[in-house]
Design a protein around this ligand. Structure first.
Ligand SMILES: Cc1cc2nc3c(=O)[nH]c(=O)nc-3n(C[C@H](O)[C@H](O)[C@H](O)COP(=O)(O)O)c2cc1C
Length: 287
């Protein structure tokens, strides 16, 4: 899969054609899932592919932003064993399948939820595993109007669910999300080119996040790349973990394919980076 190209094009699809995906493509996705990328190898996850009739009415008013459930011909339901970082592990694998689906012409969108057990009950899923992701799947209806939630970082009171005409969502620039050596020292893209990291950060900046808050910031400190995540009242712990995993995948997939292999570690490095109180270091890697 050409991660760089797919990441540059993918967007959330919230309005789907009334058309089913062929069994061949569904099988291709299933195969991919069985071989796909994992953040942690020894956590068992499974994905159930379900049709609209098995999910949509059942979850109407109980999943999605402000309980706005997305209507789509198919859904992927992820279940995981409960182990350290199991939510991040699903986030990483699920986003990887969403990228694969996009490469096959299939659109998708994350659907958030608060109570995984209640959702399992509504979907008649009898499993000891935890519900870790819910994703809509189908062909993009190419309608410009999408239901979309905007948060303005500096004016959070403007939060609302609204219909926007333009479905290309805005992203922060590289200088806003990458710091050099210490917090607040905005990165110079030329310098990032020299150290081979610019493409990785450009892709990382394209990562989807809960309510498009783009809560992640990086500090590049020689070989160490530190990932910090903002904690705010617009995302819950589950959503923060998925946001973390997704950006780890976007950065890693592109760096791995262009330069060298990196591996993310959870937690923080020994050095104190003196980051603001509303951020926390969630992981780091060595380039
Ligand atoms: C953890 C997570 C949960 C999300 N939940 C929803 C949701 O419930 N409904 C929705 O319409 N979009 C949801 N999204 C999609 C984001 O709003 C979307 O990715 C972001 O606004 C960026 O837009 P883009 O994906 O089109 O680039 C979610 C994304 C993430 C990462």
């Amino acid at each position: 899969m050409n991660y760089k190209e797919i990441i540059s094009k993918i967007k959330s699809v919230r309005n789907y054609k009334n058309e089913e995906i062929s069994p061949e493509k569904i099988n291709e996705l299933k195969d991919y899932f069985n071989k796909g990328k994992r953040l942690i190898e020894d956590i068992e996850i499974e994905v159930l592919l379900k049709n609209k009739s098995e999910v949509y009415e059942q979850l109407k008013d109980s999943a999605g932003y402000n309980e706005f459930m997305l209507e789509s011909p198919h859904y992927m339901v992820f279940l995981s064993e409960e182990k350290d970082h199991y939510i991040e592990n699903t986030g990483y694998a699920a986003q990887d399948i969403m990228l694969k689906a996009f490469s096959l012409g299939i659109g998708s969108c994350w659907i958030t939820f608060k109570d995984g057990e209640a959702i399992k009950n509504k979907l008649n899923i009898n499993s000891d595993k935890k519900l870790t992701a819910l994703i809509s799947l189908g062909f993009d209806n190419n309608k410009n109007k999408v239901i979309y939630e905007t948060i303005y970082e500096h004016n959070p009171t403007k939060t609302d669910v609204k219909v926007v005409e333009d479905n290309v969502s805005y992203r922060l620039g590289i200088r806003d999300i990458v710091f050099m050596k210490k917090w607040g020292e905005n990165a110079d893209p030329d310098e990032l080119v020299n150290i081979g990291l610019l493409e990785g950060f450009v892709s990382a900046g394209r990562a989807p996040s809960t309510r498009n808050r783009q809560p992640w910031r990086f500090i590049v400190d020689n070989e160490t790349i530190v990932l910090a995540l903002r904690h705010d009242s617009y995302a819950n712990e589950y959503e923060e973990k998925i946001d973390t995993a997704v950006i780890m995948l976007y950065f890693e997939a592109v760096i791995d394919s262009t330069m060298f292999d990196i591996t993310w570690n959870f937690g923080k490095p020994e050095k104190n980076y003196e980051i603001p109180d509303d951020y926390k270091i969630v992981g780091y890697c060595i380039s």
